[in-house]
Ligand binder design. Structure first.
Ligand code: COA
Length: 211
């Protein structure tokens, strides 16, 4: 498919920071991502690349031209491309979660503004839920700004439901956060709805492949 999901590596951080600054009013510092990737065994971070992005032509070295394994990504090898390569320039989105006890907690999810409304946010959410299944999480949870209706719609589509608020959670404007949870991932109803959504998503993304 045109849009490829891969595990995030330290080499992805500069591009992730660029996208994050376009997406959030209070971005994390680059050191926070480095710490997450290198020191937090509970963290799982992914990126999405547009494999057909228009990026500056440049000869590719052996590490960059080596074939990459697509999702499912439990056994993905680490990537070795250095910063500034066409591969990194084509990164268009990123997301992550932590596994805490048997809960998967989504920490971030952001799509470059030029690529929104095409199913990429959904691709990442479905991938994170896939990771949650892989690591035997029971539920997935997250916080979202009460004003962020677009993100809430995405989460509701995947069965997240409101389970309370955290008052004045966000430091920039003291906005409240909605706390959202999925049902038990292993329940037959959740599993079958997830598979239905996943099938529809793959068809939507495939329709964006060039002929
Ligand atoms: C939230 C975000 C990740 C969504 O990514 P996206 O790629 O644009 O979303 P998708 O195209 O995959 O859409 C998936 C669903 O999201 C919802 N959605 C997306 N765009 C929407 C819009 N403009 N209005 C209302 N709902 C919308 C819909 O439910 C949509 O499903 P549908 O296509 O069946 O209607 C993206 O808008 C973003 O990066 N926002 C800034 C960062 C952010 O707010 N992150 C969430 C923090 S909790």
């Amino acid at each position: 498919m045109r849009f490829a999901v891969e595990r995030m590596t330290v080499a992805d951080i500069p591009r992730v920071i660029e996208i994050e600054r376009l997406a959030y009013s209070t971005p994390w510092p680059p050191s926070a991502y480095r710490k997450e990737l290198q020191d937090n065994p509970l963290a799982h971070y992914i990126i999405v690349r547009d494999t057909h992005a228009q990026v500056p032509a440049r000869a590719m070295g052996p590490a960059e031209s080596a074939p990459k394994r697509p999702f499912p990504l439990s056994l993905l090898p680490s990537r070795t491309a250095p910063v500034g390569t066409p591969e990194l320039a084509s990164t268009i989105a990123f997301a992550g979660l932590w596994l805490m006890m048997d809960e998967a907690h989504i920490t971030t999810i952001a799509v470059h503004p030029d690529y929104r409304g095409r199913g990429i946010g959904e691709l990442m959410l479905a991938t994170l839920i896939g990771i949650a299944y892989d690591i035997h999480a029971r539920n997935v949870t997250l916080e979202v700004r009460v004003s962020n209706i677009v993100a809430q719609n995405l989460y509701r589509k995947y069965g997240f439901r409101e389970a309370g608020t955290r008052r004045r959670y966000y430091s920039d404007n003291h906005e409240d956060a909605l706390i959202m949870w999925t049902d038990d991932l292993e329940s037959p109803a959740y599993r079958s709805e997830f598979l239905r959504l996943h099938t529809a998503l793959v068809a939507r993304l495939r329709a964006q492949d060039p002929d």
